[in-house]
Write a protein that binds this ligand. Structure first.
Ligand SMILES: NC(=O)c1ccc[n+]([C@@H]2O[C@H](COP(=O)([O-])OP(=O)(O)OC[C@H]3O[C@@H](n4cnc5c(N)ncnc54)[C@H](O)[C@@H]3O)[C@@H](O)[C@H]2O)c1
Ligand SMILES: [Zn+2]
Ligand SMILES: [Zn+2]
Length: 368
């Protein structure tokens, strides 16, 4: 069928809005009419060659929409279902067999190669030339996408679909790092470094878990103001000369039980570790470029402190995304506070606003 999509044709170049041809769903796939898609830094990183995704390509991995058709073997979905498309995993590697799907050993090609698992492409130009898609096995910067039924998540149909796409990546990454990985107890001291979409999702989850204090660190005053409205008990502006670690120790006494690093900067990551109390845990979410290193004090770590990286909030999307939607509907996860909507045609403005920090979470609304 014909679709409208944003196509990246050159590294660091602008997206162009084009009419393309999308394949029919295979027996285990869904055709999804995308209502809206969040935009994440990873989409621009993909365009810019960080992951060697071939071009031309359609990006987008925070898609929410309505099932338009199902393959003949699909039994869990029907046309009309509201869905969020989540990250892919292979289902057979050692980590998938332990239900650690977010750490799937084969996830990289499934997310980044621009094809289905078997190497086939799904999208063509009008002249028949292939366009890479299947980014995170979805490519949601388009009016329609093909999703494997395993990675689609059915969501309640009374929830506003245009707010749900970001749960697929930034939302479950931040909230899952707290609720699935840290599992804090009420009264645990929590500090989040960087309050973009990922950090704010973690912060809202820390509030749901009853963490206290909740300390937000960022360099943008408006983001810190929003963090306070969403549950931070304390904020620290890192744009000046603040001694962030000393300030967190002053607030908490012993240090934070949990810290969440989302800035992707080594100096900030080190502070997130240094702010920990003995036996505290720092979770690294920020995506630094390959080769980025950080130095940590060995005796400091020896006192039970844990430092670990987490992908996609270690969530099981089929359970976790509906839970996040319930939090949204109960007013506990007001993601609308961080979302700015753009029509798909304004995708380049959305990307620029996101890069310069003018918008926290751009969400593209699809035409028609
Ligand atoms: N681990 C995963 O699975 C996963 C998934 C999605 C995103 N990510 C990564 O998570 C990170 C955060 O994503 P996002 O969408 O929230 O991005 P973002 O750029 O909106 O958030 C980063 C925040 O860090 C802040 N920051 C910059 N310098 C700082 C400093 N010196 N001190 C404190 N804060 C500082 C920025 O102002 C910004 O608010 C990105 O690196 C992204 O690629 C990881
Ligand atoms: Zn993402
Ligand atoms: Zn796997």
């Amino acid at each position: 069928m014909q679709i409208t999509a944003a196509v990246a044709r050159e590294r660091f170049g602008a997206f162009t809005i084009e009419t393309l041809d999308l394949a029919d769903p295979r027996p285990d796939e869904l055709l999804v009419r995308i209502v809206a898609s969040g935009m994440c830094q990873t989409d621009q990183h993909g365009r810019d060659g960080y992951y060697d995704t071939p071009l031309p390509a359609v990006f987008g991995h925070e898609g929410a929409g309505v099932v338009a058709a199902v393959g003949k073997d699909v039994t869990d979905f029907a046309p009309g279902d509201h869905v969020v498309m989540s990250y892919p995993w292979c289902g057979t590697c050692a980590n998938c067999r332990r239900q650690m799907e977010s750490h799937c050993q084969n996830s990289f090609p499934l997310k980044m190669r621009g094809t289905r698992a078997d190497g086939s492409t799904l999208v063509r130009q009008c002249d028949g030339a292939p366009v890479y898609s299947a980014f995170f096995q979805q490519s949601s910067f388009a009016t329609h996408a093909i999703a494997n039924a395993r990675f689609a998540v059915k969501v309640r149909n009374d929830a506003p679909l245009d707010l749900l796409g970001p749960f697929a990546c930034s939302g479950q990454t931040g909230a899952g790092a707290v609720l699935n990985t840290m599992q804090p107890q009420p009264g645990d001291a929590f500090a989040v470094f960087g309050v973009g979409a990922v950090g704010l999702s973690g912060l809202m989850a820390a509030r749901i878990a009853g963490c206290d204090p909740i300390i937000a660190v960022d360099i943008h005053a408006p983001r810190l103001a929003l963090a306070r409205e969403l549950g931070a008990t304390h904020t620290i502006d890192h744009s000046g000369r603040a001694d962030v670690v000393a300030e967190i120790r002053r607030i908490t006494g012993a240090g934070a039980r949990f810290s969440l690093e989302t800035s992707a900067q080594p100096a900030v990551f080190r502070e997130a570790v240094e702010a920990l109390m003995p036996a505290g845990t720092c979770v690294l979410l920020g995506s630094a470029r390959n080769g980025t290193e950080v130095a940590l004090d060995m005796p400091f770590l020896q006192f039970g402190r844990v430092v670990r990286g987490v992908i996609q909030g270690e969530s099981h999307p089929q359970e976790f995304i509906p839970r996040l939607v319930d939090y949204l509907m109960q007013g506990q996860m007001p993601v609308d506070r961080m979302i700015t909507f753009y029509p798909l045609a304004d995708i380049n403005r959305a990307a620029q606003d996101s890069t310069k920090g003018a918008t926290i979470k751009p969400v593209l609304r699809m035409p028609g």
